[in-house]
Ligand binder design. Structure first.
Ligand code: PLP
Length: 347
């Protein structure tokens, strides 16, 4: 790590690489609200091509990208079918209600999946009935913040239901490239299961800021208007897009390395079943575990490790999540385990 701190709280903590900083300094720019920024235009074209969609729009954050998808596709009071654990429901401060005026039809999930029957049952079948809200959108998320990747078969099955009822699908692909790496499939295969997709450049891909919403040209044109409403029309945003281009062209191709360091971490934790219990094998760059006989209280672990320059989040319902990324090396993983051992001995 550049600053000797090992930060396992999230892959959002990644700072830009030296190549990104150079590209940002040299980026040709223009006023993107006039459509004049060549670097933003290149990033949007590149994202659309990569995801196999007609168009893409640069947005400030994943939250903004998701909300633009809702604002462009959901009528006020109409329904969105989505997981009750997904980012839009849990971590976007109720934005769907405030901005799109959407009614969220939340479904329980098992291992990240809403049941196919549940989705079909939740679709409103009588849109002409004045009592009935209409179903305007189905949202999926892969990989999700529990590190779960949706299998292609599942995505295709949801697509088939959506097609039967002519309802579009929005995919929150904040970690789409992690999902593609985990499934070892081209990203277009996942993207083909959705109408609109939001991808984040600022997570494991190391760009400092930015997301893209990709989809049909007409939907993206509408989203561009909605982005203006949110105050999200940025001017010389090519400075940011330059880092995004490196994220899309280079950084997405190395995510399997972060998955490998997560597996390395999981293997080391599994070697101490007297201290740690893995919740499941990592699918992407996230390791989930509980403390079993570890001698430090779970409420104190984050503080004790911070004293040793290792940053983690506190547990969520007794489960810790360690996230690996570009700035966490295999040596860092060994350091974390050594420090956990030392801490236990000194307690
Ligand atoms: C699955 C998912 N969707 C959306 C987001 C939102 O991204 P942002 O923090 O850029 O708004 C996140 C952020 O961690 C996420 O994990």
């Amino acid at each position: 790590m550049m600053n000797e701190t090992i930060d396992l709280r999230s892959d959002t903590v990644t700072w830009p690489t030296p190549a990104m900083r150079q590209a940002m300094a040299a980026a040709p720019v223009g006023d993107d609200v006039y459509g004049d920024d060549p670097t933003v235009n290149e990033l949007e074209r590149e994202a659309a091509r990569l995801l196999g969609k007609e168009a893409a729009l640069f947005a400030a954050s994943g939250t903004m990208g998701n909300q633009l998808a809702l604002m462009a596709q959901v009528g006020r009071g109409n329904e969105v079918i989505l997981s009750d654990r997904c980012h839009i429901v849990f971590h976007e401060a109720g934005a769907a209600a405030i901005l799109a005026g959407a009614q969220l039809r939340c479904q329980a999930v098992q291992h990240g999946q809403m049941s196919l029957d549940g989705i079909e049952q939740a679709i409103r079948k009588t849109p002409e009935d004045i009592h009935s809200p209409r179903t305007d959108l189905i949202c999926l998320e892969t990989a999700d913040s529990d590190g779960v990747v949706l299998p292609l078969d599942y995505l295709r099955a949801v697509r088939a239901i959506a097609d039967r009822y002519r309802i579009p699908i929005h995919l929150d692909g904040a970690r789409l490239f992690n999902a593609a790496a985990a499934l070892a499939v081209p990203v277009q295969e996942i993207a083909a299961c959705a109408d609109t997709i939001q991808i984040c450049l600022s997570k494991g891909l190391c760009a400092p800021i930015g997301s893209l919403l990709a989809g049909p040209a007409e939907t993206i044109a509408l989203a561009r208007r909605k982005r203006k409403i949110l105050g999200g029309g940025m001017r010389q945003a090519g400075i940011l897009a330059a880092a995004g281009l490196i994220a899309l062209r280079e950084m997405r191709l190395r995510l399997h390395e972060d998955h490998a360091t997560a597996r390395q971490m999981a293997d080391l934790l599994a070697q101490r079943p007297d201290w740690f219990e893995l919740v499941r094998q990592p699918e992407i760059n996230m390791v989930f575990f509980r403390l079993t006989g570890y001698p430090v209280a779970e409420t104190l672990l984050a503080d004790r490790l911070a004293e040793r320059k290792i940053l983690i989040n506190g547990p969520d319902e007794h489960v810790f999540r360690f996230v690996t990324h570009y700035w966490v090396t295999p040596d860092d993983v060994r350091t974390v385990m050594d420090q956990l051992e030392q801490l236990a001995r000194e307690t």
